[in-house]
Design a protein around this ligand. Structure first.
Ligand SMILES: [Zn+2]
Length: 152
């Protein structure tokens, strides 16, 4: 049985930040690891499912409809371990550029009064959100991304 690429990363030494995790040049799909929380920290430090879901909806809206890479986004979704997100694009971007876009996506969350796409007709679990909780951790995430700017 083959091991998925992401399982081969040593999560004991992985710092939060933006990483190009997989580059499929042949088919033109590039996978970025948007790690907002240091892996292997306690459940308390990881995103709650509500915060992760809130950021997922906000990221999807910002990255797919507002950001300059909106036409090149294949997918943006949460990691099951609740320490970050995966962004898949059709273009191989510099990680510093992706960092800038992700910081703008986090700043976008501050401007929201409600979670995008949170009506019962739009989402599989419309009660699973925490916008104030997500806003409360934005400074922490932005500081982490800026701090690891030259370490990726
Ligand atoms: Zn949803």
């Amino acid at each position: 049985m083959e091991t998925p690429t992401s399982f081969k990363v040593d999560h004991l030494t992985l710092e939060p930040g933006i990483y190009l995790r997989d580059a499929d040049h042949k088919r033109g799909v590039f996978t970025y690891d948007i790690r907002l929380v240091k892996p292997t920290l306690s459940e308390k430090k990881a995103l709650s499912p509500r915060i992760s879901h809130t950021i997922e909806h906000s990221f999807a809206t910002y990255l797919r409809t507002i950001s300059p890479i909106r036409d090149e986004v294949v997918y943006i979704g949460p990691m099951g371990c609740l320490t970050g997100f995966y962004l898949l694009t059709y273009i191989n971007y510099n990680t510093d550029y992706i960092r800038e876009i992700v910081i703008n996506a986090l700043e976008y969350i501050r401007s929201l009064d409600e979670v995008p796409g949170a009506k019962p007709s739009e989402c599989g679990n419309y009660t699973l959100f925490d916008l104030p909780g997500a806003k409360g951790r934005l400074d922490e995430f932005i500081a982490i991304l800026n701090k690891n700017k030259n370490q990726d």
